[in-house]
Write a protein that binds this ligand. Structure first.
Ligand code: NAP
Length: 522
């Protein structure tokens, strides 16, 4: 089944699990696990074995292997653990070739020597990967081009370049090299900001990509583990025509968006992948990632306001709110169009929960109409919520740590401003709605809350935009004092409906499917 999909997507990129262990038995055990989890091949790191006995151990490892194997014996001067004599190291690699290894990974610095030592002795299917590692930076495109040429010059069957990302823009240079290389190439960018290089390797034609065996799961969707690659990103279906979507933010690692969006794309048969994009500078990001392949983006902390400024066109609602949480690259001219789906997400979630609990004049009337609505926070989410509540006829008060920002937003929506300190003693009228839009209470600082439990008793409805964890300290306490509570998860799923419609161009998101994905997997 998966193989059929590979053929359809044109994806020939292999999935390789590096095996790092101290004993031969552990490596064999890990190899079986890698096979069960869907790896195509493994990399055996000889330098991590303690008391390595080349002939004896290689024989067992290669005879008993259950997957094709790359044998690597990485010296300390290239980031490995081997510290001994170079001759012994290269002899062990030579022996691995003779004992039937499928690939050897050898460093560029010694590749000429190694290649001449195997001349005329190379088994027909055996391949040599010549590698170069940079643990500090990613060189310029020109320098990377020179590096590829030097590696090719050694007679390598496969070129491997591993660099380090100090900025997500670095990864674009490796994509450029992958696309333009005339020989099989592995391009990998290390570090959290480079993780996207592994997920997108099939898109840009990498020979293989690495995924760890780690039992990381959907709570860390940004980690390139075998399970995540296959279960969250549907690695086998990524091909040259796959469009790239992603969440721009910092931090982004906690976000479960890839789980929801990739599964939704799959259910729609939409050829796209959704990844985390750990971005420091959003303007620089768009300068570098300007190709139509990068088709759409969710935007989160701290970029929503900058996103508005750099879009070529902004939807009037997003303009009024002053924040953009969705960007679509228009296919006809490549222009970036900004939208805001947060306000609809939050407001419709609150309205939904309030219907039935409050007396309304007519079915068409919003339960927010005429009611007092307090927004805690004046950032991107706060602006969207305040704008939406105002549109529904609520009277708005903004409470924020920085009073000036509260005042600014209050002026925008015709409301009042107070400080976060004042909120504790504030006496609201009956049936007042309280909405937190600060990040207080967000994972990992889950004990945080913007208001005391005592003060919470005065509110009829409490909403929290924070959605990790699902039940925040604020919601937990609000529930205890008997308020109607509305979770940030509900806002998140509803704003996601809007994003999916904008990304896929479909008039209606598959809401039931998306709710099922959330229920089962998030
Ligand atoms: P933002 O633009 O950076 O604004 C952050 C707000 O939180 C500001 O008002 C800031 O006050 C306040 N704040 C931050 N740390 C604080 C602290 N220690 N004490 C008091 N106030 C503090 O962020 P945002 O985009 O609006 O996001 C805010 C929260 O909403 C995040 O947790 C985000 O995950 C969540 N959110 C959820 C959804 C959803 O779909 N459920 C959508 C969007 C956002 P100052 O002005 O004083 O700095």
């Amino acid at each position: 089944m998966e193989r059929d999909l590979d053929v359809l997507s044109g994806n020939t990129t292999l999935l390789c699990a590096p095996l790092v262990a101290q004993t031969v038995d552990e490596i064999l055990l890990q190899m079986n696990q890698a096979k069960v989890h869907g790896a195509d091949l493994v990399e055996i790191r000889l330098d991590t074995l303690s008391n390595f006995k080349p002939h004896e151990d290689l024989k067992v490892l290669l005879q008993q292997r259950t997957l094709p194997a790359i044998v690597t014996y990485r010296p300390r001067w290239q980031g490995g653990q081997y510290e001994g004599d170079e001759r012994h190291r290269l002899d062990a690699l030579f022996m691995a070739m003779e004992l039937g290894a499928d690939y050897i990974d050898v460093e560029l610095q010694v590749a000429h020597d190694f290649m001449s030592s195997i001349t005329g002795k190379k088994p027909s299917k055996f391949k040599v990967i010549v590698s170069s590692h940079d643990y500090q930076n990613t060189p310029s495109v020109e320098d990377l081009g020179d590096l590829v040429a030097r590696i090719q010059d050694t007679g390598a069957d496969i070129v491997k370049i591993a660099t380090t990302a100090t900025n997500i823009a670095d990864v674009a240079r490796i994509f450029h090299v992958l696309v333009n290389c005339q020989v099989p190439i592995i391009g990998l960018v290390m570090g959290e900001k480079g993780a996207v290089s592994r997920f997108l390797s099939p898109k840009f034609g990498g020979y293989l990509t690495y995924a760890t065996l780690e039992a990381a799961n959907e709570s860390e969707p940004g980690k390139p583990t075998l399970q995540n690659m296959l279960g969250i990103y549907y690695f086998r279906q990524i091909g040259r025509d796959t469009k790239i979507y992603g969440l721009i933010g910092n931090p982004v690692g906690h976000s479960k968006s890839p789980v929801l969006y990739n599964a939704t794309f799959k259910s729609l048969g939409f050829n796209a992948i959704f990844v985390h994009l750990l971005v420091d500078n959003i303007r620089e990001f768009f300068d570098v990632y300007s190709s139509p392949d990068f088709a759409g983006f969710s935007v989160t902390i701290p970029h929503k306001e900058d996103a508005l400024r750099l879009c070529d066109e902004v939807d009037p609602v997003a303009k009024s709110i002053g924040a953009v949480n969705t960007i679509v690259r228009r296919p006809s001219d490549g222009k970036l169009i900004g939208y805001n789906t947060d306000y609809f997400g939050a407001i419709s979630a609150i309205e939904h929960e309030m219907r039935g609990s409050f007396s309304l004049k007519g079915a068409a009337e919003s339960p927010l109409s005429g009611r007092l609505f307090i927004v805690i926070g004046a950032g991107g989410a706060g602006k969207a919520i305040a704008y939406g509540a105002k549109e529904k006829g609520a009277r708005i008060i903004i409470a924020n740590r920085t009073y000036e920002r509260a005042k600014e937003l209050a002026n925008l929506v015709g409301g009042e401003a107070i400080t976060l300190g004042d909120l504790g003693s504030f006496q609201p009228e009956e049936e007042t709605i309280l909405a937190n839009s600060t990040s207080l209470g967000m994972y990992p600082d889950i004990d945080g809350t913007p208001i005391s439990k005592e003060a919470l008793r005065r509110y009829a409805v409490v909403f929290d935009a924070v959605y990790t964890p699902k039940v925040t300290q604020l919601l937990h306490e609000a529930e205890e004092v008997g308020a109607v509570v509305v979770s940030g998860v509900e806002m998140w799923v509803r704003q996601a409906f809007g994003q999916i419609e904008l990304f896929t161009g479909s008039p209606k998101a598959p809401e039931e499917v998306m709710r099922k994905i959330i229920q089962e997997r998030i």
